[in-house]
Design a protein around this ligand. Sequence first.
Ligand code: GNR
Ligand code: NI
Length: 177
Amino acid sequence: MSKRPILVLPDPVLRKVADPVDSVDDRVRTLIDDMLETMYAAPGIGLAAPQVGALERVLVCDVSHNDEEKRPLALVNPEITWQSEEMSVHNEGCLSIPEYYEEVERPAQVSIRYLDREGRTQVIDADGILATCLQHEIDHLNGVLFIDYLSRLKRDRITKKFAKQARYADSKSKILA
Ligand code: GNR
Ligand code: NI
């Protein structure tokens, strides 16, 4: 297993739609294991493959508490098959938008059909933070970020801040080169 670098805004890969996986083989299992290691190290409660530069429909998540046994989940080609009318609000963050948090409203409960790491079809019924996390990760597979649910003012402010940081980092690396 190895940790992979996490892409940060404004990396254009984060805005692309990821491709379905056509066979859950050892290559995909290695991607899953690397994503879990990367997520735990960050630390985060979820990670989508595009965040490590892989434009494939794979996500991992673990919402267990620090004092509990780990409960890693890996979903390949996830599809939301049902969502509740009831909504809930969580304070969200994203490893690709470091140190920025905002409340986002999403369906409180979802059912998701997916392939597990053995390629078997499974269904998960989620609520609470798990439902929020899985929806946040599935959004990543479609090039959608949680800031897309905020007002244009907030989204533009954060997008510009990260674009400016990227320009600065780029100018520094040119001086050092
Ligand atoms: O670590 C993460 N925490 C989090 C908190 C609330 C809602 C969603 C998340 S996912 C995030 C990790 C991440 O960026 N996954 O894409
Ligand atoms: Ni995220």
